[in-house]
Design a protein. Sequence first.
Length: 256
Amino acid sequence: MHSEDRAHRQALEAWRIFRIMSEFVEGFETLWNLPPAVSVFGSARTPPTDPNYDAARRCSRLLAERGLAVITGGGPGIMEAANRGAREAGGCSVGLNISLPMEQAPNPYQTHAINFDYFFARKVMFVKHAKAFVIFPGGFGTLDEFFEALTLIQTLKIRPFPVICYNTAFWSGLIDWVREALAERFATISPRDIELFRVTDSVEEIVELIDRHMRGEGAFCEMPEVLGPAGELTAEGTRVGVRRTAPSLPTDEGAI
């Protein structure tokens, strides 16, 4: 590569930093006065005739009626259903849209919309402003958000909050694998890590779990910050592991 080409590429990479910063700044400024929010995830391919679409719509309507904002990825499918339910209830309906070569087109039910080029900047906004994650059936992106939330809670980067999966039939195979392979057979997670999330077929139960958490009640609020004694050695330093020293209590800002 010629030195001129190398210098040009280096300059482009330097300018990329400012593009990334601008996405964080826009996200923080747009959402700074957002009411307590719930981030809702699920497939962009779910049609309005699917029962999961109706469930996401009803769930978000109930959340908005309780004064909670609803945050989605801003696209079609489950995202549209959630924004639609929140908008119908007169609530705050946020779409964190992202530029993709296929599938993603902003839905028309957003009261606040932000456009992203970078997934990682967008993911920060989902976590930073959320008091809970509600996760409907979806693909790789949905699973990515699910496991990222569990990882952040497990590793003490954020305070525990409800991570609730809807539709037992969809999630049961994955949850069985997590329990049998990760927790039991290979011991790559603690069995107590299964307590970091819930699976349900009831929209009303989702709302009740979040209500209780917002009141400072329930299992997610009762989860201790560290489950092992401060002086005891730990595995990898996760929430269910043990640490040499007790970590400082995460603030609401946490690592986000």
